[in-house]
Write a protein that binds this ligand. Structure first.
Ligand SMILES: C[S@@+](CC[C@H](N)C(=O)[O-])C[C@H]1O[C@@H](n2cnc3c(N)ncnc32)[C@H](O)[C@@H]1O
Length: 306
């Protein structure tokens, strides 16, 4: 069922796939510019700390919108792993139905072509249900984990448990769709882990909950200081189960520079103009300058020749 690969995607003669996107905006997915701002802040802050290397992990990659973004923050020696079923069937009927209705055209090839349009090498791809992640990813190795795969309660409970196993000390774990009406199972699983477990929320955006299995206080202190200078994000603080939670809202968030494609978009050829026959310019000039009687004789002589 599961396969692991790191092979680059090109056609057999080494040319990039012609269906590859030429701009990040062409990659389909669910990754708002305002969550891009927050990912950039969390990952950039981790990258400033050379003392703490760690891998990146995404559960649920779809066509690569968020994975391509994550790939930019890899430092030498670090690894990005994505786990997705892609075009493999799910193991239970509810998950099968979820994927059939939400991602009917998804293929692993589509993900790989998109990813390779922006990065020189693929991430490690685990094409399998996310339930295998705790066995496949090194325990305690990941500094940033994006959980965005199945939105069904039982699956999310497993993903939450896996994030604890593979997360490095102080890792940031992000849960997508933690409060949407189309997936109450995510809300139930995530808030249970907060209220009755040891998952500690740092902040929430409209779509994602950012948390840690460690101490959220250092993350929150730096986050609040940074938010003071961001006129494009509003924020407030709520208390949940006796702990502060930073709420962040979008007021025209200015996204970071998007990932750039490795190959620039082809420059459009100039639009074709009217076709000119050889000598046409001289003929027009002669028509303007010569007396009509001479012009008529030349035209008649040309007709006789042809
Ligand atoms: C919401 S999409 C991911 C979106 C992506 N992160 C983005 O930002 O564009 C969810 C993905 O989870 C995958 N998925 C669903 N159930 C899964 C499961 N049990 N195990 C692994 N992947 C699963 C689907 O194939 C789909 O690609």
């Amino acid at each position: 069922m599961s396969q692991v690969s790191q092979a680059p995607v090109t056609t057999p003669d080494g040319v990039a796939d012609p269906t590859a996107p030429t701009a990040y905006s062409e990659v389909k997915g669910w990754f708002s510019t305002y969550d891009q701002v927050l990912f950039d802040w969390f990952l950039g802050r981790q990258n400033d700390d050379a003392e703490k290397p760690g891998d990146l992990l995404e559960l649920g990659a779809f066509l690569g919108k968020s994975a391509i973004f994550l790939g930019r923050y890899l430092r030498p020696g670090e690894e990005l792993t994505v786990c997705d079923l892609f075009d493999s069937p799910a193991v239970d009927d509810s998950n099968l139905e979820e994927n059939r209705s939400s991602y009917p055209t998804l293929t692993r090839r589509g993900f790989e072509v998109n990813y390779m349009a922006f990065h020189a090498a693929l991430p490690t791809v685990i094409q399998a249900p996310t339930s295998v992640v705790a066995e496949r990813v090194r325990p305690g190795s990941c500094r940033f984990i994006h959980v965005d795969a199945s939105h069904l309660f039982e699956h999310v409970v497993t993903d939450i448990a896996s994030s604890r196993i593979v997360g490095a000390p102080g890792a940031v774990v992000v849960f997508d769709d933690y409060r949407s009406e189309h997936c109450p199972g995510v809300a139930a699983a995530v808030w249970s882990a907060v209220v009755t477990g040891e998952l500690r929320p740092i902040c929430v955006s409209a779509s994602k909950l950012y948390a840690t299995w460690g101490d959220p206080a250092p993350h929150q202190a730096e986050l609040l200081a940074w938010l003071e200078g961001r006129a494009d994000l509003w924020h407030g603080i709520d208390t949940i189960a006796g702990r502060p939670l930073v709420r962040i809202g979008n007021q025209g968030a200015v996204p970071p520079e998007p990932p750039q494609p490795l190959r620039p978009a082809p420059v459009a050829a100039p639009a074709p103009g009217p076709v000119r026959r050889p000598g046409a310019r001289w003929r027009r000039l002669a028509k303007d300058l010569l007396p009509p009687v001479v012009t008529r004789r030349i035209v008649a002589a040309r007709r006789r020749r042809h």
